[in-house]
Design a protein around this ligand. Structure first.
Ligand SMILES: NC(=O)c1ccc[n+]([C@@H]2O[C@H](COP(=O)([O-])OP(=O)(O)OC[C@H]3O[C@@H](n4cnc5c(N)ncnc54)[C@H](O)[C@@H]3O)[C@@H](O)[C@H]2O)c1
Length: 441
């Protein structure tokens, strides 16, 4: 199959590379000249483990190339995937479809033979029909179909997720488009990965429902964590105890500083707006959005408590600022709420993150970037573990505590055990949903 992939971000690039690895001929298009220049030189512009080798392998095999020339990519393609951003529209919470619709119109202008235009971007119910209308208006002669193929990959594990998905969702209107999509995903079908073929609207809805459900699960355990802190109980034990129930499952039950990232915040907001537009308020999702904001604020209170009520003049070492480990993505990361509160409160903030600096420098002004947790802890008054990168999972707590002026830690990912922190010489240690200890415990 000949495939054109419009947009080479986290989703477009991973999908393009993986499709080429399936054996398809793929041309990836982006309108960002810097991105295309780097890709043409064999450089991956994002941090995603394993992507660089897989990309180079397929470029060398002659199955994968990059261009800014959309017409060249679309010419003769069996399917054109739209994998551009759908950020939150300023002011109203809706998904901003400007990039999707612009891509659809560009495709319409240059496509010639039969083609399936596949929306991989996360889009509200009804968008694929809008895409179809826009293409028909721009090029009434064009023989085409639309398909919805939402993506479920997780940054940091994107290749594994794409190659071994829990399921592939395909929304189509007829057999002709279904056949093209089946051919594209044949390697997965042959290996018995479930392919859910459905109508356009169900496919669109599946993506938002999945993300809202996962955001709800995280927020639920975060709320239970807050209750544990007041009423007693260890949220890690509670999560294990409920997660072993097959009806609940143990995934997405790690209490933390609130969900962030490129999808959950914007997709929950968009679903809430879709509900309002159809006079069916998404009350659970709306509450999740509100509670998640409160959780992030609660983190700041936790840090303030550890700093005796004021950040002013304190030196704070922050470990990890990306929204999760194994990505350089900073979109809606909890660090974007927490770090400015520290800086704004007068703290001197040092930041260590294995991949976050490139994006983070512009987003977190006024912080000092270091490359080592122990250097960051030198003469610090507080250590905040914010993103659980592997290199922060086995720190020498004793060494850290010794270096600090006042050994205090906020472990916002529950990586360490309170008793270990105490034994290592920490004077106070706070985590999520577990009893803290103070020096006289
Ligand atoms: N990031 C994730 O983990 C993830 C997971 C599942 C689904 N999604 C969804 O996938 C979509 C893409 O997300 P992303 O994180 O990859 O976005 P991104 O912002 O990383 O990348 C989008 C890319 O599209 C390019 N682009 C925009 N308009 C273009 C056009 N007309 N022609 C060519 N290139 C164009 C941009 O330059 C950019 O490189 C979103 O709808 C998102 O919700 C993302």
């Amino acid at each position: 199959m000949k495939i054109a992939m419009i947009g080479t971000g986290y989703v477009g690039l991973v999908s393009g590379v993986c499709f080429s690895d399936f054996g398809h001929d793929v041309i990836c298009v982006d309108r960002d000249p810097a991105k295309i220049a780097r890709l043409e030189q064999g450089e991956v512009p994002i941090y995603e483990p394993g992507l660089d080798q897989l990309m180079v392998k397929n470029v060398e095999a002659g199955r994968l190339s990059f261009t800014m020339d959309l017409e060249r990519a679309v010419d003769g393609a069996d399917a054109v995937f739209i994998a551009v951003g759908t950020p939150t529209r300023r002011g109203d919470g809706h998904a901003d479809l400007t990039y999707v619709m612009a891509a659809a119109e560009e495709i319409a202008r240059v496509a010639k033979g039969y083609v399936v235009v596949v929306t991989k971007s996360t889009v509200p119910v009804g968008t694929n029909r809008q895409v179809k209308k826009a293409i028909r208006k721009a090029n009434p002669e064009l023989d085409f179909d639309v398909a919805s193929n939402p993506e479920f990959l997780r940054e940091g594990a994107a290749i594994e997720d794409f190659m071994k998905p829990d399921r592939v969702v395909v929304g189509v209107q007829n057999d002709r488009a279904a056949e093209v999509m089946a051919e594209i995903y044949r390697p997965l079908y042959l290996r018995d990965f479930p392919i859910v073929t459905t109508d356009l609207e169900s496919a669109e809805m599946i993506k938002y429902a999945a993300n809202a459900f996962l955001a709800t699960k995280i927020t639920f355990i975060n709320e239970i964590a807050a209750l544990c802190e007041r009423a007693g109980g260890d949220v890690k034990e509670v999560a294990r105890g409920i997660g072993l129930d097959g009806r609940i499952g143990n995934k997405f039950l790690h209490a933390g500083p609130g969900y962030g990232g490129s999808c959950f915040p914007k997709d929950t907001k968009a679903l809430a707006r879709i509900g309002q537009d159809h006079a069916v308020p998404m009350q659970i999702t709306e509450t999740v959005i509100k509670v998640n904001e409160e959780i992030k604020r609660r983190m700041i209170d936790k840090l303030l408590d550890l700093c005796d009520g004021s950040f002013n003049g304190k030196t704070v070492a922050v470990l990890g600022v990306t929204f999760k480990p194994n990505t350089d993505d900073m979109r809606d990361a909890p660090s974007l709420t927490i770090v400015p509160a520290l800086v704004g409160g007068g703290a001197k903030v040092r930041v260590v993150d294995p991949q976050g600096r490139h994006e983070g420098e512009a987003l977190l002004p006024g912080v000092h970037w270091l490359d080592d947790a122990y250097k960051a802890a030198q003469n610090a008054d507080l250590l905040v573990l914010l993103t659980e990168w592997n290199e922060f999972r086995a720190l020498d707590l004793k060494k850290l505590a010794k270096k600090m002026t006042v050994p205090r830690m906020a472990d916002l990912r529950n990586v360490y055990a309170p008793k270990d922190a105490k034994r290592a010489g920490f004077e106070s240690y706070e985590s999520i949903g577990r009893a803290p200890f103070q020096k006289d415990d």
